[in-house]
Design a protein around this ligand. Structure first.
Ligand code: FEO
Length: 395
């Protein structure tokens, strides 16, 4: 399968409609994904990235219908993670002497994973590789999102091959941003950013500004996952700059788990108090024990404030909440406010524990939280509504 991108550039990757979990089980991908590989047939022929290992044979077989593999002059490995390099061993068995262009860290990650001594050519930002009339320009992009990541740019066609950046886990047969459902596209781009790139936001902003300062016209952005941005590709660059800058909407998300509904009732009553006081704010409730963690993280990414609730169990919190708190600490959200709540039957540690975790995760905790003994009665419900009202006034 081959999809024409522009002139002598074509997509030769794999559309994976079945993918539901990525990074092991870490990331949900309910709309599948694609592993994008690009073939450039100028006077010289370059292949940019490959596909995930399980599709290696299929990929190489398909590629060999597009071109005699021996005519590939250069293999470009923008990123060593196995979803893009997984078919390299299969390919390189057929063309073992073809040079592989990557960063210094790319050599380390490819050797570390495949234990092969291919003809690595190390490139740095600004290095150029002639394909004849056109050139590939390399731009290192360390920690976007691995130390080895890089972009490359094709002169003449003005295509930026951005690898993971600007990607989305979104399978589509059409493969272009103007041919898919726009709300699905932007949701998947946001989910991808929130769950994968949030920790590197400062670097995202710096790298985009560095690329913009090169004054290279960008007509098309070819990512390594999801659609190719050919219709107004600047839109995703501008959106990334927004997301990278401590992004928040006027949203409060209440995330909780509950054993016998006491903490759920608290969540609902707090929400009631918030919306009674602030008619403009979007309030969402997520039972994290029953919800997709990555969708919840996407909602946290959008929020100006989060409330996290759990009853106390064995002097701790419910495991779904413990897992969420651990995850958000790693993501390093910036400039978000938070508070804790929960009911308890006897010892009641959950609110303090959640509060401590939120502080450690970099959230500004706005108060000591709200805890209630047993299930909320009428007075307890009222105290939740009052808490929500006060909170809305404070934010
Ligand atoms: Fe899509 Fe970092 O691999």
């Amino acid at each position: 399968m081959n999809i024409s991108v522009k002139n002598n550039v074509s997509w030769v990757g794999k559309i994976d409609w079945e993918l539901r979990k990525f990074h092991g089980n870490e990331l949900s991908t309910y709309r599948g994904s694609t592993y994008n590989s690009y073939l450039i047939k100028e006077e010289k022929v370059a292949l940019i990235d490959t596909v995930w290992g399980p599709f290696a044979k299929e990929f190489v077989k398909n590629l060999s219908t597009e071109i005699d593999l021996k005519k590939i002059d250069y293999v470009i490995a923008n990123h060593g993670e196995t979803d893009h390099s997984g078919a390299l061993p299969e390919l390189m068995r057929q063309i073992p002497n073809t040079p592989v262009y990557c960063t210094t860290n790319g050599v380390k990650s490819l050797k570390g994973q495949y234990h092969e001594d291919w003809d690595f050519k190390v490139v740095k930002t600004g290095d150029r590789l002639s394909l004849g009339k056109k050139e590939l320009v390399f731009i290192e992009a360390p920690m976007l999102h691995w130390p080895d990541s890089m972009f490359c740019y094709l002169t003449g066609d003005n295509i930026l091959f951005s690898n993971d950046a600007f990607g989305q886990h979104l399978a589509s047969e059409s493969m272009f941003n103007d041919t898919v459902n726009q709300s699905e596209l932007m949701y998947e781009a946001l989910k991808y950013y929130a769950n994968i790139l949030t920790p590197f936001s400062a670097l995202v902003e710096k790298k985009i500004n560095e690329v913009l300062s090169l004054n290279l016209p960008v007509d098309i952005i070819c990512t390594s996952h999801g659609v190719i941005w050919r219709d107004n590709p600047k839109q995703i660059i501008e959106t990334y700059l927004k997301w990278a800058n401590k992004y928040k909407e006027n949203q409060i998300t209440i995330l909780y788990d509950t054993m016998w509904s006491g903490t759920r009732v608290m969540a609902e009553q707090i929400a009631k108090g918030i919306v009674q006081t602030d008619k403009t704010v979007t309030v969402k409730l997520i039972n994290i024990g029953r919800s997709d963690k990555n969708d919840a993280i996407t909602e946290i990414f959008k929020s100006k404030t989060i409330l996290v609730g759990s009853p106390t169990i064995n002097k701790g919190v419910l495991t779904a909440i413990a897992s969420l708190l651990d995850e958000i600490r790693g993501l390093g959200f910036k400039e978000k406010k938070a508070a804790a709540f929960g009911c308890y039957g006897w010892s009641g540690e959950s609110v303090r524990l959640i509060t401590d975790h939120l502080k450690a995760a970099g959230f500004t905790v706005v108060d000591d939280g709200l805890k209630l003994l047993w299930n909320p009665d009428e007075a307890g419900r009222k105290s939740c509504v009052d808490y929500g009202r006060n909170l809305a006034k404070k934010l």
